[in-house]
Design a protein around this ligand. Structure first.
Ligand SMILES: Nc1ncnc2c1ncn2[C@@H]1O[C@H](COP(=O)(O)OP(=O)(O)OP(=O)(O)O)[C@@H](O)[C@H]1O
Length: 258
């Protein structure tokens, strides 16, 4: 284990492809995400972010390519690795008929958590879920479901947290509290986060590194500040729009920003 913990990257993706029939959803991407940091995976609708995250979770088998997580090959060590990871996604619902507490209990058992009752009590307290615990998941509002999904994703105190639109459908106040909570969690545990988000304020606040995808390919990467400077824009919002609309980078943006 000691050699693994020395690996600087939490995720290493090499020449990753995923084809669905006629669609090349992920077209040969390679990237590294650093440990203990938040890396944002950005791109317009259909860019390939969710497909990439699904492959990082072992939910989709790549057409080809290599994924190394926490120093181990994901395809060879999936079961060992999944205990050290977790995810939250608005595209993956929890069982509708179970209450929030039952859902958290089921997932806690899947992760073989000890002291599950106190862990659920703790996370409910931290994410303000007390009033929702005995309500059926299927009857919750979209924002309430997002909070429960986040609680599920943090149950096992993952070393790597994959978050697909973690604050989608949250009101601004709740979204801000969740971002603060995630930042504190990261500081406390040293966890790494891969974040897919359309919210550029969130990205500028949380991400140390940004990977920009378009049509299944990585078109640029760097820190938010370096990308803003490189594209001669005022914000990541403007950088995002530029890349999403134009695809091709201007002459000034062909330098490697890292
Ligand atoms: N199961 C599937 N079968 C066929 N095509 C798929 C499948 N899943 C995704 N795709 C296609 O792959 C491409 C990438 O989709 P993906 O969901 O990864 O994009 P995304 O970047 O997450 O988009 P969004 O921001 O809209 O969520 C799209 O063209 C999509 O239509």
């Amino acid at each position: 284990m000691s050699s693994l913990s020395e690996t600087k990257s939490v995720i290493e993706v090499d020449a990753l492809f995923k084809q669905f029939d006629q669609v090349m959803a992920v077209n040969g991407i390679s990237f590294k995400a650093e440990r203990g940091q938040t890396t944002a995976l950005l791109g317009g609708n259909g860019a390939g972010k969710t497909t990439t995250i699904a492959m990082l979770l072992g939910l989709l088998i790549p057409s080809s390519g290599r994924i190394t997580i926490l120093g181990e090959d994901l395809l060879l060590n999936r079961h060992r690795l999944l205990h050290r990871m977790n995810f939250s996604s608005p595209y993956v619902d929890l069982p509708q008929r179970l209450t929030v507490k039952e859902n958290l209990t089921v997932y806690g058992h899947l992760y073989r958590l000890k002291n599950l009752k106190s862990r659920i009590a703790q996370i409910s307290d931290e994410l303000n879920l007390g009033e929702l615990l005995n309500r059926r998941y299927g009857r919750l509002s979209a924002g309430q479901k997002t909070r429960v999904s986040l609680a599920k994703s943090l149950l096992n105190e993952p070393e790597l947290l994959l978050l697909d639109e973690p604050t989608a459908s949250l009101d601004p106040d709740t979204a801000d509290s969740i971002r603060t909570y995630l930042e504190q969690y990261q500081q406390r545990t040293g966890a790494s986060i891969l974040l897919a988000s359309h919210n550029m304020t969130e990205v500028e606040r949380m991400a140390k590194q940004v990977i920009m995808m378009r049509k299944g390919e990585i078109v640029d990467s760097g820190t938010p500040d370096s990308l803003v400077a490189k594209y001669e824009k005022n914000s990541m919002e403007e950088v995002f729009i530029d890349i999403a609309r134009n695809g091709e980078m201007s002459d000034t943006s062909n330098k490697d920003s890292r």
